[in-house]
Design a binder for this molecule. Sequence first.
Ligand code: GTP
Ligand code: MG
Length: 137
Amino acid sequence: TERTLILVKPDGVKRGLTGQIIARIEAKGYTIAELKQVTATREVLAQHYAEHEGKPFYEPLVEFMLSGPVVAIVAEGHNVITGFRSLAGTTDPTTAAPGTIRGDLGRDWGLKVQQNLVHGSDSEESAAREIGIWFGN
Ligand code: GTP
Ligand code: MG
């Protein structure tokens, strides 16, 4: 079955939303295959966010992701890559649909769009790459 890499970002961990986020993943019927709380390093984030290097939000995003522990999860299930992104909602929590993690739980932090609680891999290639970065092979 398909696997995806999910991160509960530092805002989610700090606000005590990890349990609620995991509950939504499980309620949808996905399985938690791996789970750990870790503080990211610049090296890991440079790999994870390689596609965004050079963009204006890259440095603030990396600083934010270093601001506290994250919970890294490998979730498993049929169409979990697309399914989790649908569960997460669109990138900006201000306009993410109600019913989604970002829409229900995400706060408007002004320009800090990066504080959107979760990350989910966006393709099979990204998922394989990101699972390798956070959990090794
Ligand atoms: P992820 O699941 O975290 O990858 O979110 P995404 O796929 O919805 O967004 P994308 O991969 O385009 O961007 C990665 C992360 O960078 C986002 O989740 C945000 O945290 C942040 N980000 C993306 N676009 C912006 C932006 O325009 N401004 C700021 N400040 N942050 C952004
Ligand atoms: Mg993305």
